[in-house]
Design a protein around this ligand. Structure first.
Ligand SMILES: *Cc1c(COP(=O)(O)O)cnc(C)c1O
Length: 728
């Protein structure tokens, strides 16, 4: 069996359950998701994609029907009111919740729903005579849950992070029963599914905590409420609130339907809603109030009471079309769960069995189980890749390579520092040290002292296909595996028959993959020997003189190079190097990643005539002045642009250059240059540098030095890759 065979649909079908939704999934994707052609979108846990029929039907709906403000009483307003009420009911139905027991409060998202609970929960502070409320949360929680601490600590309430193991391990033998004497309210929050690892936590925790059987409820008298953060869970899984009577369930709708964004809900048990204390009262929430006196009576309806102001009623109308489209395409959440779990399980099995030529595993996957069942694992895979010496490859490198292959993944810590720390083994001290080393959430500093600061997450949606897995696995094999690619067959076989008992890979030798057959590897190649080839990478002893052989400047960012032999240097490096850039119709900078034809434009700087020449084959050469400072204020528009996240002030170079570029690139473009009155400072300044360095439109630094050996290595790698490609 070769890699091609392992990466085929036949293999997939042998190991994973039902695929698709009865019809031809490829057809559905081509019809409803034509925009992802050529893209491997694997970031559904961050935002899934909406089908075209959703927005088409929605557009038709709101273009043909008049929806007024639901707080008015005109016919159009009543229609809106009734439609919104019907959709509330539909949301409850989706979660098998009875309107007698649950209400839907629309919010701007899951985070807003969490904030609503945080700010209205009747926290009781700790005093000398009373222990007070507890705010407990599983350490594997989203930032938006941990952030409730900001509210509770200000109110003197004790926050208790609880690790996933503690909940059951520290439970008491005897149920603690109803507490009639002490009514102190406590809140326990946990995710139904981790947005980091896709692990699903037992829904039975809800009743366990409410009945004070589980830790920490068993240790604290009072009334325990459970907030089940379902934002990640509900995107690919059914949730039945009859089975798990959580008190507060926050969700965001774009994670289920892809559209609309900016709309979420707090699904709340009606009896739990009764204890919430709201202070602010906005439009629509009052039964009556006086403007001149402190008199306010809230509305009897739970939703009305907590929805300050006018709800986003047109977005709520879109939910109807969201449900329609979802059920029409998939038949329901159970099917979605089966389908997406199969994709995740297959990807897990292959990625965790993939080995380098020397037998070292390629990926370290952050998971508790072995993807044995959709009841314990969602469609998320979180991992770091390793080189053939077992060293972690930083997530930024993986992210960048993936982008070149148009594979969209998420990297970093995923707004879940708790899970990140626990899986990656980052201590609190390390976290602080990483910050000192300049690493902040969301940046590209992926390794500090060789230790990862985050990881890579791949997640599936209901329209993900087997081809997505295939593309991703081929990408890993092609870019990050030292050839020949091997697969640990023993591990793979084990995983195929995995039961709940988790089993690690045993010491068996991985099999070498060839294009024809499998060979048992006779012996593991000692790693030391293969290391020698590269020499001692950390050696500082070699102090040799280097010779500068060529100088290239790139007058227009991302366009062709211009070779020079001696060249003036200015405060921003080589004069006119990356002084200009091309932007699209929306003013967004074009790079070769977005527009490959840029490399065919060959700009030249002609100093004697003070001109920048634009040339490309089959185009007339045109010129723009090198310095147009004098004209800046009169004929050229100053605009704001972004380069690598930095704000830069730029000036437009006029219509002639714009139409030349638009002709050549086949889309409306303009040529702009950095404003001469603007200084942009280098972000990643070495800590030793005392003065700051100013930059042109370059991404990171004034100069980029490349040695011949690196260029030759790349050339060699490219030609060998063409000779015997392992993958398609
Ligand atoms: C996405 C997510 C959130 C936050 O949702 P927003 O839409 O950003 O408000 C909270 N918790 C979990 C588990 C999530 O996956």
């Amino acid at each position: 069996m070769d890699l091609q065979t392992l990466f085929t649909f036949e293999t997939f079908q042998q190991v994973c359950g039902p695929y698709g939704y009865g019809g031809d999934l490829q057809d559905v994707v081509e019809r409803e998701f034509a925009r992802i052609k050529g893209i491997t979108y694997l970031d559904h846990a961050a935002a899934t994609l909406h089908p075209e029929c959703l927005v088409r039907d929605y557009a038709l709906d709101i273009s043909s029907i008049v929806y007024g403000n639901p707080h008015s009483h005109s016919p159009s307003s009543r229609l809106t009111h009734d439609t919104v009420e019907r959709i509330r009911y539909r949301v409850l139905q989706h979660f098998n919740a009875n309107p007698e027991e649950y209400s839907v409060i629309f919010t701007s998202g899951c985070t807003a729903a969490l904030k609503l609970v945080a700010e209205s929960f009747p926290w009781r502070p700790q005093t000398e005579s009373e222990a007070g409320s507890r705010f407990c949360y599983l350490t594997d929680s989203h930032t938006s849950v941990v952030g409730i601490r900001g509210v509770t600590s200000a109110r003197g309430v004790v926050a208790m992070p609880v690790s996933p193991q503690e909940v059951e391990n520290r439970a008491k033998e005897e149920p603690q029963g109803d507490d009639v004497i002490c009514l102190t309210p406590h809140l326990f929050c946990y995710p139904a599914q981790s947005n980091f690892s896709g692990r699903k936590y037992p829904l039975s925790h809800v009743e366990g905590i409410q009945a004070r059987r589980l830790y920490p409820a068993c240790d604290h008298h009072g009334r325990w409420f459970v907030l089940l953060d379902a934002a990640s869970h509900v995107s690919c899984s059914p949730l039945n609130l009859q089975d798990c009577p959580a008190d507060f369930i926050p969700i965001s709708f774009y994670k289920i339907f892809g559209f609309p964004t900016g709309l979420g809900a707090l699904i709340v048990r009606n009896d739990a809603a009764g204890i919430l204390k709201k202070t602010y009262f906005g439009g629509g929430t009052a039964a009556a109030y006086l403007s001149g006196e402190d008199y306010y009576v809230h509305s009897a309806s739970i939703s009305d009471r907590f929805e300050d102001g006018t709800v986003s009623f047109l977005d709520i109308v879109a939910l109807n079309h969201g449900f329609e489209a979802l059920y029409k395409i998939t038949g329901g959440m159970h099917n979605i769960q089966q389908h997406t779990f199969g994709l995740a399980r297959y990807t897990y099995m292959l990625l965790s069995s993939l080995c380098h030529g020397n037998g070292q595993p390629v990926a370290r996957i952050y998971t508790e189980g072995q993807f044995e069942s959709p009841s314990t694992q969602g469609a998320i895979l979180n991992f770091n890749l390793m080189d053939s010496y077992g060293q972690i490859i930083g997530y930024s490198q993986v992210d960048r390579m993936a982008s070149l292959y148009n594979i969209h993944v998420r990297t970093g810590c995923f707004c879940n520092t708790g899970a990140c720390q626990s899986f990656l083994g980052i201590t609190n001290q390390h976290m602080r040290r990483n910050l000192q080393a300049g690493h902040v959430c969301g940046d590209s500093i992926d390794l500090v002292d060789g230790q990862p600061t985050g990881s890579v997450r791949v997640s599936f949606g209901y329209m993900s296909t087997f081809e997505d897995c295939q593309k991703f696995l081929n990408f890993v094999a092609e870019c990050f595996v030292e050839k020949p690619v091997r697969v640990d067959q023993v591990r793979l076989e084990q995983l195929k028959t995995t039961t709940a008992a988790s089993q690690g890979s045993n010491g068996d030798l991985p099999t070498k993959i060839t294009n024809e057959e499998i060979h048992r590897v006779e012996e593991k190649k000692p790693i030391d020997a293969s290391l020698k080839r590269f020499g001692d990478r950390d050696s500082k002893s070699r102090v040799e003189a280097y010779t500068l052989t060529s100088i290239y400047i790139y007058p227009i960012k991302s366009c062709g190079a211009y070779e020079v032999h001696d060249w003036p240097v200015g405060p921003q490096g080589l004069l006119y190097d990356r002084g200009w850039m091309v932007v699209n119709g929306n003013g967004v900078c074009l790079s070769q990643k977005r527009e490959t034809r840029l490399c065919l434009i060959r700009p030249q700087v002609h100093l004697p005539s003070n001109k920048l020449l634009l040339q490309a084959s089959e185009m007339d050469t045109i010129s723009v002045p090198l310095d147009n400072n004098t004209q800046t204020h009169t004929s050229f528009q100053v605009c704001q642009s972004k380069v690598c996240g930095d704000r830069v002030e730029t000036v437009d170079c006029g219509d002639e250059a714009a139409s030349w570029l638009s002709d050549f690139l086949g889309q409306p473009c303009r040529l702009i240059r950095q404003s001469p009155y603007f200084t942009r400072e280098m972000k990643k300044r070495p800590s030793s540098a005392s003065t700051s360095t100013s930059l042109s439109l370059a991404n990171e630094a004034q100069y980029l030095m490349i040695n011949h050996a690196s260029v030759e290595l790349i050339q060699k790698q490219m030609s060998t890759r063409f000779e015997h490609r392992m993958c398609y």
